[in-house]
Design a protein around this ligand. Structure first.
Ligand SMILES: NC(=O)c1ccc[n+]([C@@H]2O[C@H](COP(=O)([O-])OP(=O)(O)OC[C@H]3O[C@@H](n4cnc5c(N)ncnc54)[C@H](O)[C@@H]3O)[C@@H](O)[C@H]2O)c1
Length: 483
């Protein structure tokens, strides 16, 4: 089954202008006991999970399922036999009986799908990162405001009650003043292969619709679904995958949403141990200057040791720890669903146990009913900022020059945690049988950011850097300049 090709720019312009004009009248006013009719857009791994989670929220019906891959649609149909199905999300936008959409597509589609939904008078739950680049993230925030929509980001840990306990604990002063925060994601990934001839999309996929805003470039990885994360055309690498969770926790818990974007960002790293079609780094270290508490982030996708099925560990602290808040009188180390406070010797002095954010879908539905964005735990603007931190870290790396670890260290001589994250790297790489040669470490510039304008300033505002704040959109699938 294949639908019509994408409309031309002009047709889509007319269509979406018309949609926008009817947006407010199209949205239903829901009675307190009325069913919220939800469409699941994208039902791969996470989209299937999201649809199931939403279907368990009282008063919610998964009424429409959309995916350009008929295999995904057929699978979803087994769970939601009464739902309408389509390969084309524009059909969902046209259905006035749909109140809200869940966008769980690849990252390159998040903003456009969400903006179309806002224009069509629907509320939106959009997966993280909520954008594929910073400019379009701001466009989504503008659309949410213009069409008065309820828009929640998929950083579910914002709904975890333990974060409030943790904030109160940090405010109590038991750990003393914060010195710096270390954010880690030590996970494990495998090589994605490298083909000589482009991969043909599965015959069950309407590729035009799958591609949407992304460029039609040859796919040289082996697997079609999921591994789009590791190509810039469609994904944002591991920093854009786990970073939105971790940096969102940081912005929420440490900065209480008062630091929108950092003042400066610096990144280094590379893609080591694999000779494959992936473009994004699998080893990525970063510094964020917030003007308040400095932040180091470290991402490892290689295991603790070559062949070992275990992720790397950070100084005997839990490898799954997202965030280590180093304070004058001890530290906090925690991840999704909980953490612990420690004295300077490492002894646990307080434990925190959360639920991993299990009520996030219910929180969104409650706000859909109340019509108050302020009821949302992960209102789109905050998650736009958290996603933007990841994009900024990727941009510094993308602009990097082929150098070495000493060059990276010299970028920030006086900040010991930066020196440490680099000094620890050779042992990790050696354990993975990776030997660095000169030029193997990409070291980015320190990028200065105007947080208000969401752009680079001073010497950082080069054409190359500015170009990476946005992307070239494929015809018919451009995120609109004016929403
Ligand atoms: N919040 C979380 O904890 C969490 C966890 C995993 C993934 N995610 C996010 O969820 C998103 C999806 O990840 P995934 O692991 O399910 O990827 P995936 O590749 O398994 O699934 C993506 C699905 O979207 C479909 N799709 C592509 N274009 C579409 C379109 N135009 N309309 C409708 N569907 C379309 C694909 O065909 C595929 O079935 C990603 O952005 C990811 O970052 C969030």
């Amino acid at each position: 089954m294949s639908l019509q090709p994408a409309p031309t720019t002009r047709r889509s312009f007319i269509r979406h202008t018309a949609l926008a004009a009817t947006a407010l009248s199209a949205s239903r006013v829901l009675g307190a006991n009325e069913t919220v009719r939800v469409a699941a857009i994208g039902v791969g791994g996470q989209g299937t999970g999201n649809a199931k989670r939403f279907s368990k929220v009282p008063g919610v019906e998964i009424a429409y399922v959309c995916d350009p891959d008929t295999v995904a649609l057929d699978r979803a149909k087994k769970t939601f036999p009464n739902a309408k199905t389509t390969q084309d999300l524009r059909h969902v936008m046209d259905d006035q009986s749909i109140d809200a959409v869940i966008v769980s597509t690849g990252n390159h589609w998040h903003v456009l799908a969400a903006i179309w939904a806002c224009q069509a008078g629907k509320d939106v739950y959009v997966e993280k990162p909520v954008s594929h680049n910073i400019w379009e993230g701001r466009q989504l925030v503008a659309a949410a405001r213009k069409y008065n929509r309820i828009v929640q980001g998929g950083t579910q840990q914002r709904s975890d009650p333990f974060h409030d306990e943790l904030k109160a604990y940090l405010d109590s002063g038991t750990l003393g003043a914060m010195k710096y925060v270390r954010c880690n994601h030590y996970g494990m990934r495998a090589t994605i292969g490298k083909r000589d001839t482009p991969l043909a999309p599965p015959t069950t996929v309407d590729y035009n619709l799958w591609l949407g805003p992304a460029q039609d470039v040859p796919i040289l990885r082996e697997k079609f679904h999921y591994d789009w994360h590791w190509n810039w055309n469609t994904g944002n690498g591991e920093l854009g995958n786990w970073g939105p969770h971790i940096l969102d926790d940081l912005r929420n818990v440490v900065f209480r949403d008062k630091v929108s974007l950092p003042k400066r960002v610096l990144a280094g790293g590379g893609r080591y141990g694999w000779d494959d079609a992936g473009e994004t780094p699998n080893t990525h270290f970063l510094y964020y200057d917030t003007g308040v508490v400095p932040v180091i982030m470290d991402v490892h996708n290689l295991p603790r040791q070559k062949g070992m099925k275990a992720p790397d560990v950070y100084r005997r602290r839990r490898s799954s720890a997202f965030m280590i808040i180093e304070c004058e009188g001890g530290y906090y180390a925690g991840g999704r669903g909980g953490g612990s406070a420690h004295d300077p010797e490492g002894k646990v002095i307080q434990k925190f146990k959360g639920d991993g954010g299990g009520t996030h879908a219910a929180n969104f539905i409650a706000a859909v009913r109340s019509r108050k964005s302020s009821d949302l735990k992960a209102e789109i603007e905050q998650i736009h900022f958290s996603s933007a931190w990841c994009h900024l870290g990727n941009i510094s790396w993308q602009l990097g020059q082929n150098a070495d670890l000493d060059t990276a260290k010299a970028r920030l001589k006086d900040f010991q945690p930066w020196q440490e994250v680099i000094e620890d790297l050779p042992a990790h790489l050696t354990a993975n049988e990776v030997t660095l040669k000169p030029g193997d470490v990409k070291v980015g510039p320190i990028l200065e950011i105007d947080a208000e304008k969401e752009t680079f300033i001073g010497e950082s505002a080069t054409p190359e850097a500015l170009a990476l704040l946005k992307r070239e959109y494929r015809e018919g699938f451009a995120v609109p300049e004016a929403v």
